[in-house]
Design a protein around this ligand. Sequence first.
Ligand code: FCB
Length: 468
Amino acid sequence: MTTAAPAGTAAEELIRTLPQSFRWGVATSAYQIEGAAFEDGRTASIWDTYCRTPDMVHAGDHGDVACDHYHRMPEDVELIGSLGVDTYRFSVSWPRVQPGGAGPVNAKGIGFYDRLVDELLAKDVDPWVTLYHWDLPQELEDAGGWPVRETAYRFADYAMLVFDKLQDRVRDWTTLNEPWCSAMLGYYVGRQAPGRQNFADAIHAVHHLLLGHGLATQRMRAAANPGHEFGITLNLGTATPASDSIEDREAARRADGLGARLYLDPLLRGRYPADIVTDLADRGIELPVQDGDLEIISAPIEVLGVNFYSGHVYSGRDEQGNTRDAQGNPIDRQIPQGKPVTAMGWEIVPERFTELLVRLGRDYPGVPMVITENGSAFADVPDADGFVEDTERTDYFRQHIAAVAAAREQGADIRGYFAWSLMDNFEWAYGYDKRFGIVRVDYETQRRTPKRSALWYRDTIRQVRSGS
Ligand code: FCB
């Protein structure tokens, strides 16, 4: 059993147990903020295409302009500096840097990130690069996308273009953001680009994403100056059985297996989880592993990035009590825990965050963790000046950062925390309808206004750093 983090003042006290060396950051991703979708040689990614497919994205929203960060980058870096964070996690747009996903680097595209890195360093903020946050060049999807092995090699080539240009100033490198989302939401559920719906394709995508991570890490490390840190970011939650029944326990096992262990085990133990391999075989699906792949995938990393938003309870029965769906597959149904929810409908369960982190530290020891994303969407109401008194979001941060501190006290090696997100942005299929920012963006004027949560975050960082 793990001990949950308390709320209120007790949470603030717990947060102050974090070490002065703890890293504090804010995070974004390219397609969600940059805009300038077809400028300076950038070509379409699967998200440009998906957004133009009717009924896929809320209100037909797209990232053509987004937060116009491409044109407002120096002011945005100024803003980041004013929050007192030491790290800015951003992603690089593959089709901006390598239009069409093949060939040489696009000087204008990489030039943008080159300037961004310099601006950050001038403000004493460390750049933390994510190489892939879901924007696959459309041409690579047309050639088969992540279900095809070749895409992994293309990713490693692209990674090297970015690495060659920025490694002299960037120490922290994340290969992929949330491969579960790329594979499962993109190729099975269809709620993210490219919007395909084929389970076998999704499973093939899992392996090729992980292979791409391994190949890119291997090549970057071979070319790296000393001191670089490489890693991958996974979206992880918890899977708790709704009851002690065998069906519910099996449902939780499958959810944890497909959601977490299918990534953690090959990356950190060099093998796919046997129970999930068997489950897949029952469905006639095999992971497309070739000789040597698992050595590549499990090459050591310096950091595991953890993104956490919620944890879930699973039942092995549908509402009618069936244990199998129409296709004969077992049911894994998430059931509500009766907790308050965010605007996404995600239950607020900071105690599950502690549980997850303690478990990761226990089951996968030896890899330091950084929380590369955590945050919440709420229906913000700005005052006449655009200021948002976002009490609920602030509470969410307070409880979840305390949950991190609680996990550290219970032995988990967590080195940093990055708030999702620096500013309101294009929330994928939810378009601009859902706001996760600690800074409000008025999309009409592109005005940025720090919310209460941003001020709280800044003050909290200051307190922890000063040890007061
Ligand atoms: C994560 C994504 C991030 C953002 C948050 C809310 O899954 O990595 O881009 O959409 O969810």
